[in-house]
Design a protein around this ligand. Sequence first.
Ligand SMILES: Nc1ncnc2c1ncn2[C@@H]1O[C@H](COP(=O)(O)OP(=O)(O)O)[C@@H](O)[C@H]1O
Ligand SMILES: [Mg+2]
Length: 486
Amino acid sequence: MKLIPNFSFRARLTLLIIGLLAFLLLIQGFVFYQDTEKLLLDETASNVRARAKPIIEGWVHKKIFRKCVRNEKVNGNSCLSYIALALAENLTSKNAVAQIFDCNGHLLANGKTLPEEPEAAKIIPRYAQSALRGQNEVTYFAHRGNIPFLVVLIPLRLPQKEEQIVGVAQISVTLKSLQQKLKRHGIFLAFVALVTLSSGILLVLLIVSSFFQDLKQIAETCRGIAEGNLNLQFPHADRQDEIGQLIQAFNVMIKQIGEILDSQKRFVANAAHELRSPITALKGSLDILLRGVRDDPVASSRILTGMHREVERLKSLCDRLLDLSRLEGIVTPQKTSVDLQEFFREFFPQLQMIARERCLKLLTGPGVSVMMDSNMLREMLFNLVMNAVQHTESDGKISIGWRLVSEPEGVQFIVEDNGEGISSHDLPKIFEPFYRGHKKEFEGKNSGAGLGLSIVKAITVIHNGSINVRSVLNVGTKISIIIPFE
Ligand SMILES: Nc1ncnc2c1ncn2[C@@H]1O[C@H](COP(=O)(O)OP(=O)(O)O)[C@@H](O)[C@H]1O
Ligand SMILES: [Mg+2]
């Protein structure tokens, strides 16, 4: 069974806040009311005592009282009963009535003489015993009919022998007027609570409404984006609160998703474009063959050689595309500990072959091992050296080497050439798939499809590394790759 009905989140939040506010106000009002009541009662009790004390003091010092104490009995009656009435009447007023009890708890005198004076509350023996045992501050509540009383008990002590208690004075104060005061106070508190609650509700509704209004707009923007409009931006990005931070994060995310989608579209368009030229060339050749050139063996052989070249180009392009897509997604590197000195001893001669007459230098680094997929390392360095060769004059200088770095701790591979360099226009784009700079190439025209550096980047990323390119036009290019130790 569902305990909470299916209200909207907004309604639930509003109800929760208002409920909490009402609960807190109730608790606060209750505690405040209790405190005030206690304060007023304490004050009433101490007022009664303060008023009664001098009257009792004066009374116990009277001659007749001293006589009583000496003789114990006057005219056969208890000494106290003889004089208690005077004391009780003295202690009685419009709101308070006094009764005097002897040391056995028997009533000796009642101070009520006038009809407007209240009836005394009944004495409770338990409290009377406490007062007779010498406890000074005995105070309790009692009812007579509907009228509540505060009852104050004051022990009557002999003037010289303080510890000897001869009786107890009971003063019952009606709390009618105090109750009225408290009622007024309670009404005032309830009024304040009501005003606070209503303004609280108003404020909560305002805040919650504006909050949910913003959320609604965010949801609408999300729907728009889901329909494919990636140019939409979430509103209220200038908010300085958590919602503002969320919106800013959303906007950054949408921008990045847009960029990724754009680059994917570019990738597909570029791939189609790259595949189209060899296929068009192949189709042209096939058309010629079909038109009957087959009978001319020389022409056929020339056309077939051309077709073979185009198929080779197509195959190499497809291989590289496959390499790139595997590197960017499915493939996990087969990392082994590669001893760099040994690796270069074996690999450097192959690089020298592609450098041809250029001066290719190996700057041997320290004898360290790095955790890498050795085939990928080969592919990465091969691409870099190939680029250096393609963009350097035939008498150019190329160097390849490695060294240790500290931040992050790892190995830095460096390939440097003194070739044509890369323009600042091309520099930010050279890692994009199919991007080729606009400069001449010195070796193997049309040899690349602009995928070499994309593959280098993918290999670096797969090894948690980073690439840095420094290049000056007509001076040279230095590409360094840091692969951190794991
Ligand atoms: N060493 C280099 N010197 C000058 N330009 C370079 C060098 N390496 C890369 N480039 C530029 O970066 C572009 C992208 O390189 P790459 O991805 O390997 O593609 P490709 O070699 O197929 O053109 C190249 O077309 C070239 O303009
Ligand atoms: Mg290349």
